[in-house]
Design a protein around this ligand. Sequence first.
Ligand SMILES: C[S@@+](CC[C@H](N)C(=O)[O-])C[C@H]1O[C@@H](n2cnc3c(N)ncnc32)[C@H](O)[C@@H]1O
Length: 215
Amino acid sequence: MRFSLQQTNDGSYTVHDQEYGETYKSRHAAFTESEWVFYRPGVLENPLYQKSSFHLLELGFGLGTNFSYLRNRIDKGSPHIHFTSIDQDLSGAKYFAEQTKNEELVSMLHTKKAEFHQLSLELVETSFEIFFSKNKRYFDAIYFDPFSPKHNPDGWTAHLFQQSYRFLNPGGRLVTYSVSKIAKEGAQNAGFRIEKRDLPFDLNKRNSLVAYKDT
Ligand SMILES: C[S@@+](CC[C@H](N)C(=O)[O-])C[C@H]1O[C@@H](n2cnc3c(N)ncnc32)[C@H](O)[C@@H]1O
């Protein structure tokens, strides 16, 4: 069996994928990762998250964990978030939806769209490279979330960092969990200013990366 469901220490679930040899989110604390690596630095602390609408791109929809976490965190007074997420393989999400009997996720995977209060989703089933080659839109933040550079090297190429930089609005930022050499150099060589962030103890991981496109 390729996939197996795992509960993490904060009560949220993730899935282990045998093919990549990794879990989709932190096997220690999946929602905690969504909060500290992605939502806080990427959205909440983002100065562009004041406009009436905020455009967020995710590279790697995975199980939809970051999306469902975001949905729980925003409220009626928040700017409207347009969430565009890219993934070439939704089989992990399909497995996760079946195992957790998540009808909403089943429906999102089918229609590739969802509309909630202050949050809309567009799910694009393609590779990151193909997405960027056709893209004409600009984003305020990028959740850069492939599997690890070791197991998913095509998710961490210099070209993907360049395209990410190109399609961010000035003042926008890219956030990712990896502080590996490939992530830091990829971001810096593309033009980003980078910063390491401390993570809570529960994640069993010291740092994440925030890459700024300065104005
Ligand atoms: C770590 S998981 C993403 C977790 C997800 N953000 C979540 O919140 O559940 C990485 C995802 O990236 C996708 N992926 C990896 N390389 C890709 C590529 N080159 N193009 C498109 N999708 C890719 C995989 O199929 C996988 O679903």
